[in-house]
Design a protein around this ligand. Structure first.
Ligand code: PBG
Ligand code: ZN
Length: 327
């Protein structure tokens, strides 16, 4: 107690750097990369200033720039030229993601390549797997979609992906993918499961960016209601039991309580600072209402403090530069 205990003694300017409890490192950061099969030059994404869709041929150069800034991992999202009800372009050996992975691994072996593993960018209805009639009307079918996920996973691994990241929130997806990868000899390919993924309105800008919006219904029969914490932790526990190597909480910044709980399971945890979180900071900064750099770094530090081992963020490249400038 005061006066023996003085908290401010430890906040003297000279002492501050010595007592930082949380340090953000460049190797904590994963950069999302959008690859569009139908373009020849990078196209800016209107709802996410500073972010682009890249052509397949341009993705290696973009990854080189990221590597130069100190980013060591990317997560790829593909935008195919053709969509259909079975997401066949998602597992084509010459598909957009498969070509991009091969290009990056060939040209930049030191970059860890993660692939988002979902069907919503590849289906004409925009849902995350196979759709059919249920007792409640048309919806995403669970078990018939598992084969599709397994097939996409194997094709990503075959192209050289280091980590596959299933984001469809199907029951049994991690088990199905692990079995398929192992049977195909890809025992060293990691699974980073989007294990606790909420039905969030913060994915809006991403759906424009990846052209992955749905044509009917919503995603609330597979993603988690924002108020359900117990259910969210149980989802991550199940994925851990099914063989996930890395768990994930998504979105990140307004789900820090979930992140802290999932951390206790014991596996490494990634947090996804999603498109809407990025867009909110960008928009306020553009109006001069917030200091972009300060708020972005604070948001990443807070996510790390809550328990994230890895952070997927559209700020990855900027943050890497800002961290360099702080040295
Ligand atoms: C696809 C997927 C989504 C995001 C990542 N993978 C969108 C969705 O579930 O609708 C969101 C990423 C972001 O908003 O930055 N299943
Ligand atoms: Zn999806």
């Amino acid at each position: 107690m005061f006066p023996e205990q003085r908290m401010r003694r430890r906040r003297r300017r000279i002492i501050q750097p010595l007592l930082r409890e949380t340090e953000l490192r460049k190797t904590d950061l994963i950069a999302p990369v959008f690859v569009d099969e139908s373009i020849d030059v990078p196209i800016p994404i209107a709802s996410m200033p500073g972010q682009f869709r890249h052509p397949v041929d341009g993705v290696l150069d973009h990854c080189r720039r990221l590597m130069d800034s100190g980013i060591r991992a990317v997560i790829l999202f593909g935008i195919p030229a053709e969509k259909d009800s079975g997401a066949t372009a998602a597992y084509a050996s010459d598909g957009v993601v498969q070509r991009a992975v091969r290009g990056i691994k060939r040209g930049l072996g030191g970059m860890a390549v993660i692939t988002d593993l979902c069907a919503c960018e590849y289906t004409d209805h925009g849902h995350c797997g196979i759709v059919g009639e249920t007792a409640d009307g048309p919806d995403l079918l669970n078990d018939p979609s598992l084969d599709l996920m397994a097939r996409i996973a194997v094709s990503h691994a075959e192209s050289g992906a280091d980590i596959v990241a299933p984001s469809c929130m199907l029951d049994g997806m991690v088990r199905a993918i692990r079995q398929a990868l192992d049977s195909a000899g890809h025992t060293d390919t990691l699974i980073m499961s989007y294990s606790s993924k909420f039905a969030s309105a913060l994915y809006g800008p991403f759906r424009d960016a990846a052209d992955s919006g749905f044509t009917f219904g919503d995603r609330t029969t597979y993603q988690i209601y924002p108020g359900n914490a117990r259910e969210a932790v149980m989802e991550s526990e199940l994925d851990s039991a099914e063989g996930a190597d890395i768990l994930m909480v998504k979105p990140a910044g307004i789900y820090l309580d979930i992140l802290a709980s999932v951390k206790r399971i014991g596996l490494p945890v990634a947090a996804y600072q999603v498109s809407g979180e990025y867009a909110m900071i960008k928009a306020a900064a553009e109006r001069g209402w917030l200091d972009e750099r300060a708020v972005a770094i604070e948001s990443l530090i807070a996510i790390k403090r809550a328990g994230a081992d890895l952070i997927i963020t559209y700020y990855a490249e900027d943050a890497a530069r800002w961290l360099d400038e702080e040295q």
